[in-house]
Design a protein around this ligand. Structure first.
Ligand code: SAM
Length: 395
């Protein structure tokens, strides 16, 4: 048994905890920025392969007080680096956080690099090289409240890089955030789903991966595969986990749709869907023309946030959200999930959310609002009888 730390975006730690529990990990504790867990290496590999919301799986090496540069160097020098790295392997150091006297991540990384190279030079007469872009071993350094945590990164490239998206558009969601939105909205892969403002299709693809029970990391490599200590028995273990995952994929999947009114977005979504090779209907349409699927089906959107995006300014955005509220009254029994980047959506949509939850899209604080569309009310305000195209004054 070893201790590992799975990192997560702020506000999604509980979702990651649930995912790790589902893998069969029993000893785990969610905290700020992730979940600490104890398990076998095979479970950490399963986590790399299976978690949809987590960003990295780390193997902690050391944790020590680091009030200043000397203490940081001394603590990093005490690590048995030769167990993890040889002079023939490249490495990169990813430093985050600050302490009173260590304010620059670049300087923190340099100090740890010096300690690591000094240890290996003394032991072998040579030092390994840095490769910032494609290292064999990634080292993660985190400073917080005067302490330094040093870890190795089993995932390598962060886990949101599933491999199906080559050219994310400006407003694309990270795959891990899209998965978090779906899980937090209660989507479990058994229901039909439509994202009618799909952009590059991330929400629909993540939903299809869940529906297929496909391990999100199935077709990508992990950093640990390049570690010197990753021997043939580990390779076999990972290969077995991959083929087991393939064997457990579901044959039948519910209907998944992705549409957008922008032909370029539709083309990007089609390319991503093609790479992931899952049955998702992709087409061009206006979100106000969504067709009902069936009670219990999900409609999930990540609408534009502000002036710069296609809907044409905040005022138009409000009108557009109001029109969505009117048009979607026809989606009786459907569950709606909206990752809203500002208060405009909730006000203009005009229905009371069943639940709300804070999530972060990078630095942007968002609200995930979930609704269930009830039977259209009697034509009390005229809107459900003949659809209005502009909101009443004051909306
Ligand atoms: C924030 S982006 C969605 C990004 C997407 N979740 C992704 O990960 O790529 C919002 C999308 O809404 C689309 N959109 C704006 N107005 C629309 C409308 N009336 N009908 C359909 N799509 C619309 C835009 O073209 C844009 O692709």
């Amino acid at each position: 048994m070893q201790t590992f730390f799975a990192t997560a975006a702020a506000g999604t730690e509980d979702l990651l905890e649930e995912e790790l529990r589902n893998i069969g990990i029993r000893s785990l504790r969610a905290g700020r920025g992730g979940v600490r867990f104890q398990g076998e290496l095979s479970q950490a590999l399963e986590a790399c392969l299976w978690v949809r919301t987590g960003m990295r799986i780390l193997l902690p090496l050391a944790s020590f007080p680091a009030p200043d540069a000397e203490a940081l160097y001394a603590g990093a020098r005490a690590v048995a680096w030769a167990d993890h790295l040889t002079p023939r392997h490249t490495f990169a150091i990813d430093a985050t956080g600050t302490s009173d006297t260590l304010r620059h991540a670049h300087f923190t990384a340099l100090k740890v690099k010096d300690a690591l190279c000094d240890v290996l030079r003394e032991k072998t007469g040579q030092r390994p090289n840095v490769d910032a872009h494609d290292p064999d071993v990634r080292i993660v350094v985190h400073l917080s409240r005067g302490r330094c945590d040093l870890s190795l990164d089993l995932s390598g490239e962060p886990l949101f890089k599933r491999g199906y998206r080559r050219d994310p558009t400006r407003a694309s969601l990270k795959e891990t955030l899209a998965a978090s939105v779906l899980m937090a909205a209660g989507y479990d892969g058994t229901r039909p789903l439509h994202d009618p403002m799909c952009g590059s299709g991330t929400l629909a693809v993540e939903a299809a991966l869940m529906a297929k029970n496909r391990a999100p990391g199935l077709f990508r490599p992990f950093g640990i595969e390049r570690w010197p200590a990753f021997g043939p028995e580990h390779r076999k273990l990972l290969a077995d986990l991959r083929s087991q995952a393939r064997a457990n994929e579901r044959k039948e999947t519910p209907l998944i749709r992705a549409s957008d009114r922008d032909p370029e977005a539709v083309a990007a979504a089609q390319a991503n869907v093609h790479r992931v090779q899952l049955p998702i209907e992709v087409f061009e349409a206006d979100a106000r023309e969504v067709k009902p699927i069936a009670p219990g089906a999900y409609v999930v959107i990540n609408p534009p946030y502000g002036e710069r995006l296609e809907a044409g300014g905040r005022k138009n955005l409000k009108t557009f959200f109001w029109q969505l509220g009117q048009a979607w009254r026809e989606l009786e029994g459907h569950r709606i999930a909206v990752l809203a980047g500002g208060p405009e959506f909730e006000r203009a949509f005009g229905q009371r959310p069943l639940a709300r939850r804070r999530l972060y899209n990078g630095p942007i604080e968002c609200q995930l609002l979930t609704y269930e569309i009830r039977a259209a009310r009697a034509a009390s305000d005229g809107a459900s009888a003949g659809r209005r195209l502009v909101p009443p004054p004051g909306r």
